[in-house]
Design a protein around this ligand. Structure first.
Ligand code: ZN
Length: 131
């Protein structure tokens, strides 16, 4: 196995999972993140689940690598009962969600088959273009 330099990481996502019981706290957290970390990009509520690899309702926070040391510790202290997936973005969605991830709270069963199929479709499309 080869070591990969950390500068392959172009940014991070945190996916914040909620349900009926935790949605209110997820809303408080969202407003506070917007206030404290204005450079972070907060995605819309995704109530519909499953969606893509995500088995539960969630929203996403995207941020630059430099913000990691500030926002992730803050989220761990303020997660309440929320479970969060933290993953780097290196250009390989499957790798980033399956192998390069971290969990805050409990881990969920991601639908990794979905990402694998997506990656295979992209690879096939690329091969077709090259041919
Ligand atoms: Zn993500």
């Amino acid at each position: 196995m080869k070591f990969r330099p950390a500068d392959e990481i172009t940014g991070y996502h945190v996916h914040i999972y909620y349900d009926g019981a935790t949605k209110q706290w997820a809303g408080h957290l969202r407003r506070e993140v917007a206030k404290l970390f204005p450079d972070a990009e907060i995605g819309r509520w995704r109530d519909k689940a499953p969606q893509g690899p995500h088995p539960q309702s969630h929203y996403q926070i995207a941020f630059e690598t430099e913000l990691f040391a500030h926002i992730v510790p803050w989220l761990t202290l303020n997660r309440g009962a929320l479970d969060m997936l933290v993953h780097p973005n290196t250009g390989d969605g499957y790798e980033d969600h399956a192998n390069n991830r971290m969990w805050v709270g409990s881990s969920l069963d991601l639908r990794l088959d979905y990402l694998k199929q997506l990656a295979e479709k992209r690879k096939a499309a690329k091969a077709q273009k090259a041919a």
